[in-house]
Unconditional design. Structure first.
Lengths: 264, 308, 308, 264
């Protein structure tokens, strides 16, 4: 299936936006789905010397030969530079050897705290979500954190029901106060927008809204009063090169939303 | 404790019967999405085990199945769901509606599970971490405590040790005494093996001891720590085993769709667990699909010589 | 930190010159009596490095040599001596008489060294242990603290993390980026590698990256953590390297006899270190004896396939 | 060199006495030199299912094909069932999986505390010994401890100058008080005698004196007032079988004193 460049999906735009968060030579704690694709695009294009770390114990610096459905699929081992214990890769993270990590979640608030545990009262939850996995560890320990999730007023909320993965807590100084050694969110990438964080106030600030919709729509679909950055602009569209590389890796759009999947 | 005089090479039925009593704390799914001992989970369900505590980082759908079958009282896991297909329906029914029975969840993270098992393996009561500080995850005081580094006064989180009653672990090959080779991503397998009172191994192949001893760096743990070895080819389907078979992605998708309702879950369980006597029958039911998953591209490891 | 754009494959002289400055904390001898990077120690002596802190469980005679040459201000080691031949004369002269200079000794044990490096590798300030309780070994408060398990009140000893400036580690084979295979007893090598700011590898062979990537479970640590790779065949003599050469027991005996007096030590150092420009000259001086140590009985590891 | 059975050396007697401390099926933390030989003899004769653990990370349950000078000699790896990290084998020890450990030392006192660090004042030592190695860990954590050292009034002392490896401290209840989880010395084997420990008083009690000397000589060469057990007897001589096996392994007597070596 050859698709047109202009025919990018929002999932593809999110992957490309995420890939641009990876700088060359960086050590990346890679999550599954979109972050994995983002790592593959970055690796092939602008960050050829980046290194990918997976929490199951895999470290690799070349893309996998096949699309992965999970990080433990056998193609993820072939060509890896290290297969080891989770404790060793989490040790790298805790030591401060990981530049950027990606996580998903069900809710995020304006200080970048992420909930992937409970909707409603955690003691009598309305919805029990799958849980942290490694997300809370990545959010605690990576030098930078990128949060990727669908946009919506019930997703981007004033205050998360449960703080699974710590962002900036209640604002400036909080991470240092609770003892987190470094880090904090640097971006939120949704299917509508890209937020970055104000270093002074630790709040999410809208930097880009995706094409095919208005800034107003983003604001209306966000559960907190949106601060818009000076010079905020539409998200740059994926280049032909970015789409080519991404589609080589995921031709059927398994993770970029071209294949329909319910109740994620 | 030393080597057991009687043979350790037993059927899966006997291994589960002897080493997984009602109420046991069981660690499984330690490599994360690969080498998940589904065959053992299914045998636990067939034997109607109750009130288990399940421990693991994530388990793909294995924990979902055991929870749905009513075997589980408590889960200590960082993530329970269906990794490639979405959430775990049985897990949600149990935690949200108490169906078929309520399940207590101890929130944790992957690293915290690794540290708890590492503490158990090392024989210390806890290990410290800088992770999860400021997170709501470490709410339960029996598992987590805040503390200060005595040298600097900086906050630390202490993660309490877990020493499970039994670790059920899949390996590529084992000798009859439980000296086994495992390769691929290791997850928390080594820590789980060393932390647990009993270890049950599910081996794709049972090999002569000389094969294992020829490469002692690849051994998971010494046989004297292993209680039972089960020869169980295909025991990890639908999860993958490097060198043996690929992941059956579609099977997870099918499970996801089939188990949306409680009736659907019951039906799935009948078809794939309760009606089948053992793993061999399961693989026969898979049929040609199973053969296809074993068509692999070779990737041999470079030779190594322990010449002396 | 990411991969370095410039080449990591450098001469031993360059590696020591760049990564072992005066006053550095250096961990070596991490496999215990095997794979000891003697060539690196000798180069450190030739370059006249001063005020080093040496860290290791035991080092056979490597630390004795560095201490005798006056390179060392401090030793954090569980045991310093000559494993098969007896005590270390240079170590005793330094600690008892301050000759050629006083050396401060931090008492510790093998397990405590392992835990200190493991804490460094994990990025936590300490790890707890039940070892050494009631022992006089953990006297120094900057390295050890007594503490209570917050759950049970039981006494524990906290072992403070060590993050050395550089780990000098020998491996059987490495690719030019520092992805390396190590086999045999591992001691504290993995922990030392992961804990240290820089890692210098001494490789018996430098191989194509495809060799290393064919067996990622045997990799010591990923190349992005390695600062320098030195192709240094025979770099561990007189200690053994599994698959490459045996231990030269007589050499330790000879060193023991030759270094009883300070003059003897000076003479030994001239002959085996100061007069020689590099490891190749050292091996030439060994002559036929070196050839004999490489006559080995093969012991190939059973094949492993990562088929996918 | 074939030697007569009656011609056993004291070193050989010590090895054989030590080997008898190992029961079948036990997990043994093996030291070098005499304990290694003891493990080999036990393994070949009365403890075929015993397992040997070495602190460098080796676990093996068959004897080595050659005499070892150090535990990291290449023949110790061949046929091993595990080559791993020191932390893993020390973890077994700390968990309580090790039945018996052997250590040497420069001094031992009547409560089984061992010194291998300093002679004289530790701050201004008369002699700086090599140090603990793993001895203090084994003494802290094994279920039983066997101490092997040469006999002498300066060796078996009233009170060690430095307690490197904890025995029973100052007597009953001490190990529990300081937090040691189990264990304590079960025997001291010297080149003159075998002591065992009184479970009530935690004191070393003389059980055997080696042949070729008198009980009186043992008492005179011990730095504390020797308590002699009811039924104390001469140490049983090595059997022909024991000597055969031992000499197969160490035909030249490298570690049993037949080869002369100074200043150990």
């Amino acid at each position: 299936m050859v698709r047109d460049v202009a025919d990018w999906s929002v999932g593809e735009l999110m992957v490309v936006a995420a890939s641009r968060e990876i700088r060359d030579g960086e050590v990346v704690f890679v999550g599954m789905r979109l972050p994995l694709l983002a790592y593959c695009v970055a690796k092939r294009l602008h960050a050829p010397r980046s290194v990918g770390i997976f929490e199951n114990g895999i470290v690799r610096d070349v893309p996998t030969p096949q699309l992965l459905y999970t990080m433990s699929d056998t193609p993820n081992i072939v060509g890896a530079v290290w297969c080891t214990r989770m404790a060793n890769v989490m040790g790298l993270l805790q030591r401060g050897d990981v530049d950027v990590g990606f996580i998903g979640g069900a809710q995020v608030d304006r200080f970048g705290n992420v909930n992937s545990s409970y909707i409603g009262d955690p003691h009598h939850p309305q919805v029990k979500l799958p849980g942290s996995g490694g997300a809370a560890d990545i959010a605690s320990l990576a030098k930078r954190l990128v949060v990727i999730l669908p946009h919506g007023r019930h997703r981007l909320v004033q205050r998360v029901d449960f703080r699974t993965s710590p962002g900036y807590g209640d604002g400036p100084g909080w991470r240092q106060r609770v003892g987190l050694p470094r880090g904090g969110p640097s971006a939120i990438i949704t299917d509508r927008a890209v937020f970055r964080f104000d270093p002074q106030t630790c709040e999410a600030v809208l930097h880009h809204w995706h094409p095919r919709q208005s800034l107003q729509e983003v604001v209306e679909n966000t559960g907190w009063p949106v601060r818009v950055a000076d010079g905020a602009s539409p998200t740059p569209e994926p280049s032909a090169e970015e789409l080519r590389v991404l589609r080589e890796y995921d031709p059927e759009g398994v993770w970029t939303g071209n294949r329909n999947r319910a109740d994620r | 404790m030393g080597p057991r005089p009687d043979g350790k090479l037993v059927s899966l039925r006997e291994a589960i019967s002897r080493f997984v009593p009602d109420g046991a704390t069981v660690v499984m799914g330690t490599c994360l999405e690969s080498l998940i001992p589904f065959a053992a989970g299914h045998e636990i369900i067939r034997q109607g085990r109750r009130d288990l505590t399940l421990v693991g980082p994530i388990s793909d759908v294995l924990f979902d199945q055991l929870i749905g079958a009513g075997c589980v009282a408590r889960v200590v896991a960082a993530w329970v769901g269906n990794v490639s297909a979405g959430l775990g329906h049985a897990y949600r029914r149990a935690t949200e509606q108490g169906v078929p029975r309520p399940v207590e969840v101890q929130d944790t993270s992957n690293f915290a599970v690794a540290l708890a098992l590492m503490a158990g393996a090392l024989g210390v009561p806890y290990l410290p971490t800088r992770s999860l500080l400021g997170s709501d995850v470490p709410r339960q005081l029996e598992a987590f405590r805040l503390f200060e580094d005595p040298w600097t006064g900086e906050p630390l989180l202490l993660v309490r040790a877990i020493q499970p009653d039994v670790a059920i672990l899949a390996v590529q090959r084992s000798d009859p005494e439980g000296n086994a080779h495992l390769w691929g991503n290791l997850g928390v397998t080594e820590e789980a093996a060393l932390a647990s009172r009993h270890v049950v191994l599910l081996a794709e192949e049972v090999v002569d001891p000389s094969v294992i001893r020829s490469d002692p760096n690849r051994v998971l743990l010494p046989g004297f720590k292993v209680s039972a070895v089960v020869h169980c080819p295909g025991g990890c389907h639908p999860s993958p085993v490097p060198g043996y078979y690929r992941r059956d992605h579609a099977f997870y998708e099918e499970y996801h769709r089939a188990t949306r309702t409680e009736e659907g879950f019951r039906e799935w369980l009948r078809t794939w667990v309760l009606e089948l006597p053992d793993r061999q029958a399961y693989l026969q039911r898979l049929g040609a699909r199973w053969d296809a998953l074993r068509q692999l591209q070779p990737a041999p490891a470079a030779p190594v010589d322990y010449a002396w």
